[in-house]
Design a protein around this ligand. Structure first.
Ligand code: OAD
Length: 240
């Protein structure tokens, strides 16, 4: 059963583009990570089995960069919406820039760089901030530590929860994602028929049905959009 739509709820689905202006590379743009690295080698269970040191090196560099990065005006605009709305940020990103910008409710579908975990089923997580993981560093259950990242072929985290937030939102905002990785991309199909749906990106291959496309950089487009939605909400409440 679909949850009721809450008039002041916003679900925000973000991808690498929202962090691009913080200096973190995207994946599929011309300078994207998957142009320089093979995801099969550095972001898959098979890559980890064959060359674990190369996988650690790849994520150690991602973690170092993410730790040094700061949120941009796009992250800040999303956080500012909490002044009047219930906002849930559902991100494919493994950085913490939404949290650092002030977003209180962030769901990380693809894991987080700032955590390591063991390789056993228990999946105990350890906070490591910006520190590297090295070969031979073990979890307390004796297994090698690995990044707390969802690799290709592994199960996305918190997906059911994310679906229900999108389905219950009066506004769905999608930012800086190519919508090419599933199941995260399928979240756009959960949006209610009457929800206001907006996609902000530099380009879009297939605009999901019912979405308005705002072309531009997140850090430029989102502050104006957030200001408009905050004003619309102020008027809605005043007229209620
Ligand atoms: P992509 O690199 O596939 O897409 C980034 C999108 O952001 C593109 O559509 C760009 O046009 C857009 N973009 C770039 N700069 C932007 C800016 N300044 N403002 C707004 N939009 C901008 O990244 P994702 O869709 O996030 O998963 O990729 C999804 C998943 O694929 C990632 O989480 C990662 C990757 O493989 C795993 O590693 C499991």
């Amino acid at each position: 059963m679909k949850p009721d739509i809450q008039p002041n709820k916003i679900a925000v689905l973000t991808g690498a583009g929202v962090s691009a202006e913080s200096g973190l590379p995207t994946f599929r743009d011309s300078h994207g990570l998957w142009n320089s690295y093979s995801w099969e080698q550095v972001a898959s269970p098979e890559g980890w089995r064959v060359r674990p040191a190369a996988v650690l090196e790849f994520y150690n560099e991602r973690r170092r960069q993410a730790w040094l990065a700061s949120p941009n005006a796009g992250h800040e605009a999303i956080a500012s919406l909490e002044a009047a709305f219930e906002v849930v940020v559902i991100t494919q990103n493994v950085d913490e820039l939404h949290e650092r910008a002030g977003s209180k409710h962030v769901i990380h579908l693809h894991g987080e760089l700032a955590y390591a975990r063991g390789t056993s089923e228990a999946r105990k997580r350890y906070r490591i901030d910006g520190e590297p993981i090295t070969m031979g560093q073990l979890c307390e259950d004796g297994t090698q530590l690995r990044p707390d990242i969802v690799w290709f072929g592994e199960e996305v985290q918190f997906f059911e929860e994310a679906c229900s937030h999108v389905a219950g939102a009066a506004r769905v905002l999608v930012v800086g994602t190519s919508l090419s990785v599933f199941p995260a991309a399928s979240l756009v199909t959960m949006a209610g028929a009457r929800a206001q749906k907006v996609l902000v990106s530099l380009e879009v291959e297939r605009l999901p049905p019912g979405f308005e496309f705002l072309r531009g950089r997140a850090a430029e487009v989102l502050p104006a959009l957030a200001a408009k939605w905050l004003e619309d909400e102020r008027v809605r409440i005043a007229q209620a």
